[in-house]
Design a protein. Structure first.
Length: 193
């Protein structure tokens, strides 16, 4: 928990006024779900991704303007951005850098477990969530009522189990092939086969 709290402070996530403080909840759900000592990477993935999904949800649900919401998605899509020039606000900068740090950590740690680079998949899972949350912001802005099918398709992604559960699967043991992680049974994005 101390290392997790230190990461939160280093990434300035504790300075985001709009975000609910759920670090203990995020960490202890990871510890209760993945208690074995050898699963420390899985616990850290679960905790970081859980916390980031809370923060991103709060960001899109009123902590950010439409411009900031769009800018965050742009920065993650572009990836190699100059945060001083490309991030339109300090809170976009903080959220983007925390996401990038967590994704890069998962890529590095995931390589040890999977013996292949998982960074692009982890990034895509996050982009799917960000785009689905942005879609909800646009629906609210435009006073658009989606059809039940539109809503459910989007909600299955914005619920954010992809970053929490799917990304953590890289750290629990068996090697996961590209085919498995991109299958429709595994992907929460509806982008699987």
């Amino acid at each position: 928990m101390k290392g997790f709290k230190r990461w939160i402070a280093e990434k300035k996530l504790d300075q985001l006024k709009f975000a609910r403080e759920k670090s203990a909840y995020c960490y202890f759900t990871a510890a209760a779900t993945l208690p074995s000592p050898e699963l420390s990477d899985a616990r850290l993935s679960w905790a970081k991704n859980s916390l980031l999904t809370v923060i991103v949800d709060d960001f899109f649900d009123g902590g950010a303007t439409i411009d900031e919401s769009t800018n965050l998605v742009y920065c993650v899509e572009k990836w190699n951005v100059d945060v001083d020039k490309d991030c339109c606000s300090e809170q976009v900068r903080i959220v983007f850098l925390a996401l990038k740090d967590a994704i890069c950590w998962m890529g590095d740690a995931g390589f040890k477990w999977q013996e292949r680079d998982v960074t692009s998949h982890v990034t895509q899972v996050w982009l799917d969530v960000l785009n689905s949350m942005l879609r909800e912001v646009i629906w609210r802005r435009d006073a658009y009522t989606p059809t039940m099918n539109e809503y459910m398709k989007n909600a299955s992604v914005s619920f954010a189990l992809g970053p929490i559960v799917l990304n953590t699967m890289y750290f629990v043991g068996p090697k996961l092939s590209e085919e498995i992680v991109k299958s429709s049974e595994t992907m929460c994005s509806g982008r699987g086969k």
